[in-house]
Every structure is written in structure tokens, then in C-alpha cells.
Ligand binder design. Structure first.
Ligand SMILES: [Zn+2]
Length: 302
């Protein structure tokens, strides 16, 4: 069975064809920005999907608050055209195949569960640390959704009461202190040249004692939130994604700090780096279909 997968982000739309054994082929990327006379994002998606053939279902991973049961997008911060849209219905009507949609971090967690660092764990938490902090809760190998399907907004846990303002309108949120954006912001107060993770962790800059302090303070902020989550969920593993986690030593530093902060009986938790990189969302989008009723019932739903 071939599944057309789309991973719709604020900057890029990644696509490909995934078969039921997890082989991802025909991968292509398109800018999310409208171009060539496209009227809106639906117009763009139609153009992209029309370029693919020989698929039986469509799986979509998308940044934002998504009701995956209904295929409804409450809000997608970076792509306002999608807000309030029943994307599943729109695509099913147009392309006459079953469609499943899911929030991007949930999709990435599903990808890691079936094809990546989450293999072998029935329960784990997943966090993507980037511009903000996204979260997913996997229990019994499925995504825990919450009342409206939008659980695991870990980035907006309050770790600093009456702290700095957050983009959500609240203050003191975890992501304001522990996102990659927060690290870069603090590092640039020392030197403007520290404008991304790769430069901050470059070998040449490791003699900068002020930078070392900023990194350690940030690792503490990351570990602080993880420790609360560990005390609530008692997971066997936490998987950390986001470009910043490509820095080899970071996962070890965070893991060591968590072991310092967590109650001893929780300290066997494994802190792992996500292993699928920017393909996790596409693998997860495929798994939405493979876990669904369409595939399980012998593909006789049209
Ligand atoms: Zn917030």
C-alpha cells in the first residue's frame, strides 16, 4: 500500500510516498509561501498532490492545534488560511482517498515510535525544542489526546511564576526559557555572533566562559520542565527532537541534569535523541493511515 504523506510546516511542505514497510520515496519539498498565482494554501496543496500518482490514502502532519478525529484545524499559527478548516473533508472530496491529519509533534512521536528512537517503548514523551517547545504523550503505543485532542502543550507549562511574557499571552512559560530561541537570545547578549546552535556549540567557542554559563543555565531550564513531566508521567523514556539536539553533548548534559533534579525512584528514565530528523513527521503521517480503520479493515472504505 502506498501512502502520500505531507508534512506542512510554516516554511516548507515536505512530501513523499511511504509504503506499508516504511520505505519513503519520491521525497520533495516546496516552500509554504504561495507562488505562481496560487490563491491560497488549499490551491497550493491541490497543485502539490496532483503531481503524485499511485497512492491509496493521504496522511498529513501539520503544525498547530488539530482535532485528528474530525480532521479539523483549530489554529495553525504560521498558516492562517488553514484556521477553522476541515482539511480532511476538503482533501477527501478532491482526491477521493481516505485522509488523516495530525499535529506535527504527535505525528513525529508516532514516526519515532514505529521507525525511530521510540521503537521498543510502549510509553514515552516526545518534545521538540526549536522556536517553541512542542510535546506529545504516547501511552500504550497511541497518542494521548486529551479532552479536545490538543493535549501536551508542554511549551506552555509555567516554570517561572510571574516570569517573562510568552507568545501565548501568558507569562513564565517553559518555552520562553528552554526553547532553542531562548538559548540563542541569551547567547547573543554575550556576542552577536552566537546566532544559531551550530555556532554556539562550535569547538572554537567552547573556551568562552560566559557562553558556557549561558549553556548550563539553559540546560537547567530544559531539565526543570522535563523533571516535572517525569514526576507526573513516570515514563521509561523521553525523546528530544529539534535541530539543536543534533549537538552530540547536549542530550548527555540534559540527562545528567535531570538525574540531579528528579526524585531518585524516577531517575532510571532514558533521555534519548530523536533519530528520524526532519522525516519523523512524514513517517508519522504514514502511520496515521497504517493504524487506522481503512488499512485494518482491508482497505474497503472509500
Ligand atoms: Zn505560553
Amino acid at each position: 500500500m502506498n501512502i502520500l504523506v505531507l508534512d506542512i510546516g510554516g516554511t516548507l511542505i515536505k512530501t513523499g510516498i511511504c509504503d506499508e514497510n516504511g520505505h519513503l520515496t519520491q521525497m520533495k519539498e516546496y516552500p509554504t509561501e504561495l507562488q505562481n498565482g496560487e490563491k491560497n494554501i488549499i490551491d497550493k496543496l491541490n497543485n502539490i498532490i496532483t503531481g503524485f500518482h499511485d497512492y491509496e490514502a493521504i496522511g498529513v502532519s501539520i503544525a498547530g492545534c488539530v482535532d485528528s478525529e474530525e480532521g479539523y484545524i483549530y489554529s495553525s499559527g504560521n498558516i492562517p488560511d488553514l484556521n477553522g478548516l476541515r482539511l480532511k473533508d476538503v482533501l477527501e472530496k478532491k482526491f477521493c482517498v481516505p485522509v488523516k491529519i495530525e499535529n506535527d509533534v504527535n505525528a513525529a512521536a508516532l514516526g519515532e515510535k514505529y521507525y525511530g528512537a521510540g521503537k521498543g517503548f510502549n510509553d514515552f514523551l516526545c518534545l521538540t525544542i526549536g522556536t517553541g517547545i512542542g510535546g506529545a504523550i504516547v501511552i500504550d503505543s497511541t497518542i494521548f489526546k486529551g479532552h479536545k485532542g490538543i493535549a501536551a502543550e508542554f511549551g506552555h507549562m509555567i516554570t517561572h511564576p510571574r516570569g517573562a511574557r510568552c507568545s501565548c499571552g501568558g507569562s513564565g512559560c517553559y518555552e520562553t526559557y528552554a526553547s532553542a530561541t531562548a538559548l540563542v537570545k541569551n547567547a547573543r547578549k554575550i556576542n552577536q555572533k552566537y546566532f544559531n546552535g551550530r555556532i554556539i556549540f562550535a569547538e572554537d567557542n567552547q573556551q568562552d566562559k560566559e557562553l558556557e554559563r549561558v549553556i548550563h543555565d539553559w540546560v537547567y531550564e530544559v531539565a526543570l520542565g522535563l523533571t516535572s513531566l517525569i514526576h507526573i508521567f513516570n515514563p521509561p523514556a523521553i525523546i528530544l527532537g529539534g535541530g539543536i539536539m543534533e549537538q552530540e553533548k547536549l542530550v548527555h548534559m540534559i540527562s545528567a541534569k535531570v538525574k540531579e533534579l528528579a526524585l531518585e525512584s524516577f531517575s532510571d528514565v532514558k533521555i534519548l535523541k530523536a533519530s528520524l530528523g526532519n522525516k519523523a513527521g512524514m513517517y508519522g503521517a504514514a502511520q496515521l493511515i497504517l493504524n487506522g480503520e481503512y488499512y485494518k479493515s482491508g482497505r474497503n472504505i472509500t
